[in-house]
Write a protein that binds this ligand. Structure first.
Ligand code: UD1
Ligand code: UDP
Length: 362
Protein backbone atom coordinates (compact mmCIF):
# COMPACT_ATOMS: atom_id res chain seq x y z
CA UNK A 1 0.00 0.00 0.00
CA UNK A 2 1.11 3.56 -0.74
CA UNK A 3 -0.36 6.91 0.34
CA UNK A 4 -2.34 7.29 -2.86
CA UNK A 5 -6.00 8.18 -3.04
CA UNK A 6 -8.00 6.69 -5.92
CA UNK A 7 -11.27 8.34 -7.04
CA UNK A 8 -13.83 6.33 -8.98
CA UNK A 9 -16.27 8.30 -11.16
CA UNK A 10 -18.53 7.14 -13.97
CA UNK A 11 -21.58 9.34 -14.47
CA UNK A 12 -22.53 13.00 -14.93
CA UNK A 13 -23.42 13.67 -11.27
CA UNK A 14 -20.19 11.98 -10.13
CA UNK A 15 -18.13 14.46 -12.14
CA UNK A 16 -19.89 17.48 -10.60
CA UNK A 17 -19.34 16.10 -7.05
CA UNK A 18 -15.74 14.91 -7.54
CA UNK A 19 -14.32 18.11 -9.06
CA UNK A 20 -13.99 20.10 -5.79
CA UNK A 21 -12.69 17.09 -3.84
CA UNK A 22 -9.98 16.38 -6.42
CA UNK A 23 -9.06 20.09 -6.45
CA UNK A 24 -8.87 20.32 -2.65
CA UNK A 25 -6.75 17.16 -2.35
CA UNK A 26 -4.47 18.46 -5.11
CA UNK A 27 -4.03 21.69 -3.11
CA UNK A 28 -3.16 19.55 -0.05
CA UNK A 29 -0.40 17.84 -2.07
CA UNK A 30 -2.08 14.46 -2.12
CA UNK A 31 -1.03 11.73 -4.61
CA UNK A 32 -4.22 10.99 -6.60
CA UNK A 33 -5.48 8.69 -9.35
CA UNK A 34 -8.76 9.30 -11.21
CA UNK A 35 -10.51 6.25 -12.64
CA UNK A 36 -13.46 6.76 -15.03
CA UNK A 37 -15.57 3.63 -15.34
CA UNK A 38 -17.12 4.77 -18.63
CA UNK A 39 -20.70 4.27 -17.38
CA UNK A 40 -21.46 7.59 -19.14
CA UNK A 41 -19.47 8.00 -22.34
CA UNK A 42 -21.12 10.46 -24.77
CA UNK A 43 -19.25 13.73 -25.23
CA UNK A 44 -22.26 15.58 -23.72
CA UNK A 45 -22.61 13.18 -20.77
CA UNK A 46 -18.91 12.96 -19.93
CA UNK A 47 -16.02 14.76 -21.71
CA UNK A 48 -17.61 18.22 -21.61
CA UNK A 49 -17.76 18.01 -17.79
CA UNK A 50 -14.05 17.21 -17.50
CA UNK A 51 -13.23 20.27 -19.61
CA UNK A 52 -15.68 22.69 -17.97
CA UNK A 53 -15.08 21.62 -14.36
CA UNK A 54 -11.28 21.52 -14.59
CA UNK A 55 -11.13 17.82 -13.75
CA UNK A 56 -7.85 16.18 -14.80
CA UNK A 57 -7.96 13.65 -17.66
CA UNK A 58 -8.77 10.29 -16.09
CA UNK A 59 -5.71 8.10 -15.52
CA UNK A 60 -7.82 5.23 -16.85
CA UNK A 61 -11.14 4.95 -18.66
CA UNK A 62 -12.48 1.44 -18.17
CA UNK A 63 -15.02 1.87 -20.99
CA UNK A 64 -17.68 -0.23 -19.26
CA UNK A 65 -20.65 1.50 -20.96
CA UNK A 66 -24.35 0.63 -20.74
CA UNK A 67 -26.23 -2.57 -19.95
CA UNK A 68 -28.83 -4.11 -17.67
CA UNK A 69 -28.23 -3.56 -13.95
CA UNK A 70 -26.69 -7.02 -13.55
CA UNK A 71 -24.70 -6.83 -16.80
CA UNK A 72 -23.37 -3.33 -16.19
CA UNK A 73 -22.56 -4.01 -12.52
CA UNK A 74 -20.82 -7.29 -13.40
CA UNK A 75 -18.68 -5.55 -16.03
CA UNK A 76 -17.88 -2.78 -13.55
CA UNK A 77 -16.85 -5.28 -10.86
CA UNK A 78 -14.49 -7.16 -13.15
CA UNK A 79 -12.90 -4.05 -14.65
CA UNK A 80 -12.52 -2.33 -11.28
CA UNK A 81 -11.00 -5.37 -9.60
CA UNK A 82 -8.12 -5.36 -12.08
CA UNK A 83 -7.66 -1.60 -11.87
CA UNK A 84 -7.75 -1.32 -8.07
CA UNK A 85 -5.46 -4.32 -7.58
CA UNK A 86 -2.89 -2.81 -9.94
CA UNK A 87 -3.04 0.67 -8.34
CA UNK A 88 -3.09 -0.54 -4.69
CA UNK A 89 -4.37 2.76 -3.21
CA UNK A 90 -4.52 3.67 0.48
CA UNK A 91 -8.10 4.93 0.10
CA UNK A 92 -10.80 4.62 -2.57
CA UNK A 93 -13.22 7.58 -2.82
CA UNK A 94 -16.66 7.00 -4.36
CA UNK A 95 -19.45 9.50 -5.05
CA UNK A 96 -23.24 9.44 -4.83
CA UNK A 97 -25.42 6.46 -5.62
CA UNK A 98 -24.89 5.16 -9.16
CA UNK A 99 -23.94 1.65 -10.23
CA UNK A 100 -20.27 2.68 -10.59
CA UNK A 101 -20.34 3.81 -6.93
CA UNK A 102 -21.67 0.49 -5.66
CA UNK A 103 -19.31 -1.58 -7.80
CA UNK A 104 -16.24 0.40 -6.73
CA UNK A 105 -17.14 0.17 -3.03
CA UNK A 106 -17.77 -3.57 -3.25
CA UNK A 107 -14.54 -4.31 -5.12
CA UNK A 108 -12.48 -2.14 -2.78
CA UNK A 109 -13.99 -3.72 0.34
CA UNK A 110 -13.34 -7.25 -0.95
CA UNK A 111 -9.74 -6.27 -1.71
CA UNK A 112 -9.38 -4.93 1.85
CA UNK A 113 -9.08 -1.32 0.68
CA UNK A 114 -10.76 1.37 2.81
CA UNK A 115 -13.59 3.27 1.11
CA UNK A 116 -14.72 6.87 1.57
CA UNK A 117 -18.28 7.69 0.48
CA UNK A 118 -19.06 11.25 -0.55
CA UNK A 119 -22.80 12.02 -0.15
CA UNK A 120 -23.43 9.29 2.40
CA UNK A 121 -26.63 8.78 4.39
CA UNK A 122 -29.25 10.14 1.96
CA UNK A 123 -32.42 8.01 2.04
CA UNK A 124 -35.59 8.12 -0.06
CA UNK A 125 -36.89 5.01 1.76
CA UNK A 126 -38.00 3.79 -1.65
CA UNK A 127 -36.29 0.50 -2.43
CA UNK A 128 -37.71 0.46 -5.99
CA UNK A 129 -35.07 3.10 -6.81
CA UNK A 130 -31.74 1.55 -7.87
CA UNK A 131 -29.99 4.50 -6.24
CA UNK A 132 -31.50 3.68 -2.80
CA UNK A 133 -30.14 0.14 -3.00
CA UNK A 134 -26.74 1.43 -4.06
CA UNK A 135 -26.40 4.09 -1.36
CA UNK A 136 -27.52 1.79 1.49
CA UNK A 137 -24.99 -0.87 0.54
CA UNK A 138 -22.13 1.56 -0.01
CA UNK A 139 -22.71 3.11 3.43
CA UNK A 140 -22.35 -0.31 5.05
CA UNK A 141 -18.98 -0.78 3.36
CA UNK A 142 -17.49 2.67 3.93
CA UNK A 143 -14.78 3.55 6.45
CA UNK A 144 -15.28 7.32 5.99
CA UNK A 145 -18.77 8.72 5.35
CA UNK A 146 -19.06 12.33 4.14
CA UNK A 147 -22.53 13.71 4.72
CA UNK A 148 -24.19 16.67 2.98
CA UNK A 149 -27.13 17.36 5.31
CA UNK A 150 -27.93 16.82 9.00
CA UNK A 151 -30.76 14.27 8.70
CA UNK A 152 -28.36 11.88 6.96
CA UNK A 153 -26.34 11.62 10.20
CA UNK A 154 -29.45 10.22 11.93
CA UNK A 155 -30.16 7.75 9.11
CA UNK A 156 -26.65 6.33 9.41
CA UNK A 157 -26.84 6.11 13.20
CA UNK A 158 -30.12 4.14 12.96
CA UNK A 159 -28.44 1.72 10.52
CA UNK A 160 -25.68 1.02 13.02
CA UNK A 161 -22.89 2.97 11.35
CA UNK A 162 -20.19 4.02 13.85
CA UNK A 163 -20.70 7.80 14.35
CA UNK A 164 -16.92 8.24 14.52
CA UNK A 165 -16.79 7.49 10.79
CA UNK A 166 -19.42 10.09 9.84
CA UNK A 167 -18.42 13.66 8.89
CA UNK A 168 -20.97 16.38 8.12
CA UNK A 169 -19.02 18.43 5.58
CA UNK A 170 -21.57 20.22 3.38
CA UNK A 171 -22.21 19.65 -0.29
CA UNK A 172 -19.46 19.38 -2.91
CA UNK A 173 -22.03 19.77 -5.71
CA UNK A 174 -22.67 23.23 -4.31
CA UNK A 175 -18.91 23.94 -4.18
CA UNK A 176 -18.91 23.37 -7.94
CA UNK A 177 -21.92 25.63 -8.41
CA UNK A 178 -20.39 28.47 -6.38
CA UNK A 179 -17.01 28.10 -8.13
CA UNK A 180 -18.58 28.54 -11.56
CA UNK A 181 -21.41 30.93 -10.65
CA UNK A 182 -19.69 33.86 -12.41
CA UNK A 183 -19.81 31.94 -15.70
CA UNK A 184 -23.56 31.29 -15.66
CA UNK A 185 -25.08 33.68 -18.21
CA UNK A 186 -28.86 33.32 -18.50
CA UNK A 187 -29.21 35.94 -21.28
CA UNK A 188 -26.65 34.15 -23.49
CA UNK A 189 -28.30 30.77 -22.83
CA UNK A 190 -31.75 32.17 -23.59
CA UNK A 191 -30.48 33.58 -26.88
CA UNK A 192 -28.66 30.35 -27.77
CA UNK A 193 -31.81 28.25 -27.33
CA UNK A 194 -34.25 30.88 -28.72
CA UNK A 195 -36.24 31.15 -25.49
CA UNK A 196 -38.48 34.02 -24.42
CA UNK A 197 -37.73 36.18 -21.37
CA UNK A 198 -39.82 33.94 -19.08
CA UNK A 199 -39.28 30.19 -19.36
CA UNK A 200 -39.00 27.00 -17.34
CA UNK A 201 -36.38 24.21 -17.48
CA UNK A 202 -37.26 20.51 -17.38
CA UNK A 203 -35.06 17.44 -16.84
CA UNK A 204 -36.49 13.93 -16.52
CA UNK A 205 -34.60 10.65 -16.50
CA UNK A 206 -35.72 8.50 -13.54
CA UNK A 207 -36.92 5.02 -14.59
CA UNK A 208 -40.20 5.65 -12.69
CA UNK A 209 -40.96 8.60 -14.99
CA UNK A 210 -39.60 7.49 -18.35
CA UNK A 211 -39.11 3.70 -18.64
CA UNK A 212 -42.74 2.63 -18.37
CA UNK A 213 -44.67 3.90 -21.47
CA UNK A 214 -47.73 4.78 -19.34
CA UNK A 215 -45.63 6.83 -16.94
CA UNK A 216 -43.87 8.54 -19.88
CA UNK A 217 -47.29 9.37 -21.37
CA UNK A 218 -48.49 10.86 -18.06
CA UNK A 219 -45.30 12.94 -17.82
CA UNK A 220 -45.55 14.09 -21.45
CA UNK A 221 -49.22 15.05 -20.95
CA UNK A 222 -48.43 17.04 -17.80
CA UNK A 223 -45.52 18.84 -19.48
CA UNK A 224 -47.53 19.61 -22.63
CA UNK A 225 -50.15 21.25 -20.44
CA UNK A 226 -47.49 23.07 -18.39
CA UNK A 227 -46.00 24.49 -21.62
CA UNK A 228 -49.30 26.30 -22.22
CA UNK A 229 -48.44 28.42 -19.17
CA UNK A 230 -44.75 29.02 -19.89
CA UNK A 231 -42.22 27.91 -22.54
CA UNK A 232 -40.16 24.93 -21.39
CA UNK A 233 -36.52 24.20 -22.26
CA UNK A 234 -36.12 20.42 -21.97
CA UNK A 235 -32.54 19.12 -22.17
CA UNK A 236 -33.19 15.39 -22.22
CA UNK A 237 -30.93 12.67 -20.83
CA UNK A 238 -30.56 9.86 -23.39
CA UNK A 239 -32.58 7.56 -21.13
CA UNK A 240 -35.80 9.60 -21.47
CA UNK A 241 -35.43 10.95 -24.96
CA UNK A 242 -37.02 8.18 -27.03
CA UNK A 243 -39.75 7.39 -24.50
CA UNK A 244 -40.88 10.98 -23.98
CA UNK A 245 -40.73 11.61 -27.75
CA UNK A 246 -42.88 8.53 -28.39
CA UNK A 247 -45.23 9.70 -25.63
CA UNK A 248 -45.92 12.89 -27.58
CA UNK A 249 -43.57 15.50 -26.09
CA UNK A 250 -41.74 16.26 -29.38
CA UNK A 251 -43.44 19.07 -31.26
CA UNK A 252 -45.76 20.12 -28.40
CA UNK A 253 -46.26 23.92 -28.54
CA UNK A 254 -43.89 25.79 -26.20
CA UNK A 255 -41.73 22.69 -25.60
CA UNK A 256 -38.09 23.15 -26.70
CA UNK A 257 -36.40 19.72 -26.66
CA UNK A 258 -32.60 20.02 -26.38
CA UNK A 259 -29.64 17.66 -26.26
CA UNK A 260 -28.07 17.09 -22.81
CA UNK A 261 -26.24 20.33 -22.02
CA UNK A 262 -22.78 21.08 -20.71
CA UNK A 263 -22.64 22.16 -17.07
CA UNK A 264 -22.19 25.89 -17.73
CA UNK A 265 -24.93 26.01 -20.38
CA UNK A 266 -27.31 24.02 -18.18
CA UNK A 267 -26.74 26.06 -15.03
CA UNK A 268 -27.02 29.29 -17.06
CA UNK A 269 -30.50 28.21 -18.16
CA UNK A 270 -31.46 27.15 -14.62
CA UNK A 271 -30.23 30.40 -13.11
CA UNK A 272 -32.48 32.43 -15.41
CA UNK A 273 -35.52 30.13 -15.16
CA UNK A 274 -38.79 31.11 -13.50
CA UNK A 275 -39.31 27.46 -12.51
CA UNK A 276 -37.59 24.11 -12.85
CA UNK A 277 -39.42 20.79 -13.23
CA UNK A 278 -37.23 17.77 -12.59
CA UNK A 279 -36.71 14.31 -11.14
CA UNK A 280 -32.95 14.81 -10.76
CA UNK A 281 -31.24 14.59 -7.39
CA UNK A 282 -28.62 17.23 -8.09
CA UNK A 283 -31.00 19.71 -9.68
CA UNK A 284 -33.14 19.79 -6.49
CA UNK A 285 -30.02 20.97 -4.64
CA UNK A 286 -28.81 23.46 -7.25
CA UNK A 287 -32.20 25.20 -7.50
CA UNK A 288 -32.31 25.52 -3.72
CA UNK A 289 -29.03 27.42 -3.69
CA UNK A 290 -29.96 29.58 -6.72
CA UNK A 291 -33.38 30.35 -5.19
CA UNK A 292 -35.19 29.06 -8.29
CA UNK A 293 -38.53 27.33 -7.54
CA UNK A 294 -38.25 23.59 -8.19
CA UNK A 295 -41.15 21.18 -8.77
CA UNK A 296 -39.93 17.62 -8.37
CA UNK A 297 -42.02 15.04 -10.23
CA UNK A 298 -41.54 12.31 -7.64
CA UNK A 299 -43.36 10.95 -4.60
CA UNK A 300 -40.25 10.92 -2.39
CA UNK A 301 -36.97 12.75 -2.07
CA UNK A 302 -33.72 11.65 -0.45
CA UNK A 303 -32.97 15.39 -0.16
CA UNK A 304 -35.69 16.72 2.23
CA UNK A 305 -33.43 19.63 3.19
CA UNK A 306 -34.24 21.14 -0.23
CA UNK A 307 -37.89 21.26 0.86
CA UNK A 308 -37.35 22.45 4.46
CA UNK A 309 -34.49 24.86 3.66
CA UNK A 310 -35.00 25.43 -0.06
CA UNK A 311 -37.27 25.94 -3.02
CA UNK A 312 -38.26 22.32 -3.71
CA UNK A 313 -41.81 20.88 -3.75
CA UNK A 314 -42.77 17.28 -4.58
CA UNK A 315 -45.62 17.07 -7.08
CA UNK A 316 -47.55 14.32 -8.85
CA UNK A 317 -48.32 14.58 -12.56
CA UNK A 318 -51.80 15.96 -11.86
CA UNK A 319 -50.50 18.54 -9.37
CA UNK A 320 -47.88 19.93 -11.75
CA UNK A 321 -49.94 22.54 -13.57
CA UNK A 322 -51.58 24.07 -10.44
CA UNK A 323 -48.17 24.08 -8.71
CA UNK A 324 -46.57 25.78 -11.70
CA UNK A 325 -49.35 28.35 -11.84
CA UNK A 326 -48.69 29.13 -8.17
CA UNK A 327 -44.97 29.60 -8.87
CA UNK A 328 -45.70 31.89 -11.84
CA UNK A 329 -47.97 33.95 -9.57
CA UNK A 330 -45.04 34.36 -7.13
CA UNK A 331 -46.64 32.09 -4.55
CA UNK A 332 -43.63 29.89 -3.76
CA UNK A 333 -41.01 32.10 -2.05
CA UNK A 334 -37.60 30.76 -1.01
CA UNK A 335 -36.83 30.40 2.73
CA UNK A 336 -34.37 32.88 4.16
CA UNK A 337 -31.73 30.38 5.24
CA UNK A 338 -30.32 27.64 3.03
CA UNK A 339 -29.08 24.21 4.18
CA UNK A 340 -26.27 24.35 6.75
CA UNK A 341 -22.69 24.21 5.39
CA UNK A 342 -23.67 24.53 1.72
CA UNK A 343 -21.08 27.26 1.52
CA UNK A 344 -18.55 26.13 -1.09
CA UNK A 345 -16.11 24.62 1.44
CA UNK A 346 -17.17 20.94 1.40
CA UNK A 347 -14.20 19.89 -0.76
CA UNK A 348 -11.75 21.53 1.65
CA UNK A 349 -13.44 19.85 4.65
CA UNK A 350 -13.28 16.46 2.95
CA UNK A 351 -9.61 16.98 2.07
CA UNK A 352 -8.83 17.88 5.70
CA UNK A 353 -10.42 14.65 6.99
CA UNK A 354 -8.79 12.52 4.29
CA UNK A 355 -5.29 13.89 4.83
CA UNK A 356 -5.63 13.42 8.61
CA UNK A 357 -6.85 9.86 8.03
CA UNK A 358 -3.90 9.15 5.69
CA UNK A 359 -1.46 10.49 8.31
CA UNK A 360 -2.80 7.95 10.82
CA UNK A 361 -3.24 4.94 8.52
CA UNK A 362 -0.40 4.92 5.98
C1 UD1 B 1 -27.47 6.83 -14.09
C2 UD1 B 1 -27.71 6.51 -12.62
C3 UD1 B 1 -28.71 7.50 -12.03
C4 UD1 B 1 -28.27 8.93 -12.29
C5 UD1 B 1 -27.99 9.15 -13.75
C6 UD1 B 1 -27.39 10.52 -13.89
C7 UD1 B 1 -27.53 4.12 -12.04
C8 UD1 B 1 -28.32 2.95 -11.61
N1 UD1 B 1 -28.26 5.18 -12.44
O1 UD1 B 1 -28.71 6.63 -14.75
O2 UD1 B 1 -28.79 7.32 -10.63
O3 UD1 B 1 -29.29 9.80 -11.87
O4 UD1 B 1 -27.03 8.17 -14.21
O5 UD1 B 1 -27.36 11.01 -15.16
O6 UD1 B 1 -26.33 4.10 -12.01
N2 UD1 B 1 -26.72 6.44 -22.39
C9 UD1 B 1 -26.26 7.08 -23.52
N3 UD1 B 1 -25.06 7.74 -23.41
C10 UD1 B 1 -24.34 7.81 -22.27
C11 UD1 B 1 -24.82 7.12 -21.15
C12 UD1 B 1 -26.02 6.45 -21.22
O7 UD1 B 1 -26.87 7.06 -24.57
O8 UD1 B 1 -23.27 8.43 -22.25
C13 UD1 B 1 -28.03 5.72 -22.49
C14 UD1 B 1 -27.89 4.24 -22.80
O9 UD1 B 1 -28.94 3.89 -23.65
C15 UD1 B 1 -28.12 3.59 -21.44
C16 UD1 B 1 -29.07 4.56 -20.76
O10 UD1 B 1 -28.70 5.86 -21.24
O11 UD1 B 1 -28.64 2.30 -21.55
C17 UD1 B 1 -28.99 4.53 -19.25
O12 UD1 B 1 -27.65 4.74 -18.80
P1 UD1 B 1 -27.17 4.21 -17.35
O13 UD1 B 1 -25.81 4.69 -17.07
O14 UD1 B 1 -27.40 2.76 -17.25
O15 UD1 B 1 -28.19 4.85 -16.36
P2 UD1 B 1 -28.74 6.35 -16.29
O16 UD1 B 1 -30.19 6.33 -16.64
O17 UD1 B 1 -27.83 7.25 -17.03
N1 UDP C 1 -26.60 18.63 -15.74
C1 UDP C 1 -25.99 19.23 -16.84
N2 UDP C 1 -26.64 19.21 -18.04
C2 UDP C 1 -27.88 18.68 -18.21
C3 UDP C 1 -28.49 18.07 -17.06
C4 UDP C 1 -27.82 18.05 -15.85
O1 UDP C 1 -24.90 19.77 -16.73
O2 UDP C 1 -28.41 18.70 -19.34
C5 UDP C 1 -25.84 18.61 -14.45
C6 UDP C 1 -26.52 19.27 -13.26
O3 UDP C 1 -25.53 19.96 -12.55
C7 UDP C 1 -27.04 18.12 -12.45
C8 UDP C 1 -25.97 17.05 -12.71
O4 UDP C 1 -25.64 17.26 -14.08
O5 UDP C 1 -27.13 18.40 -11.09
C9 UDP C 1 -26.41 15.62 -12.46
O6 UDP C 1 -27.54 15.42 -13.16
P1 UDP C 1 -28.48 14.18 -13.30
O7 UDP C 1 -29.84 14.77 -13.21
O8 UDP C 1 -28.08 13.48 -14.54
O9 UDP C 1 -28.17 13.18 -12.10
P2 UDP C 1 -28.80 12.95 -10.64
O10 UDP C 1 -28.41 14.12 -9.82
O11 UDP C 1 -30.28 12.81 -10.78
O12 UDP C 1 -28.20 11.68 -10.19
Amino acid sequence: MNGRVLHVVGTRPNFVKAAPVVAALRAAGCDQVLVHTGQHYDERMSDIFFRQLGLPEPDTDLGVGSGSHAGQTADLLIALEGELSARDPALVIVYGDVNSTLAAALVAAKLGMPVAHVEAGLRSFDMTMPEEINRRLVDQLAELLFVTSPEAVGHLAREGVDPGRVHLVGNPMIDTLLTHLGHFDPAAARAAYALPETYGVVTLHRPANVDDPEAAKAAARALTEAARLVDLAVPLHPRGRAALGAAGLDGAPGVHILEPLGYVEFMSLVRGATAVITDSGGVQEETTVLGVPCLTLRTTTERPVTVTHGTNRLVGHRELVPALRKVLDGGQPAPEEGPPLWDGRAGARIAAVVTRWLDHHV
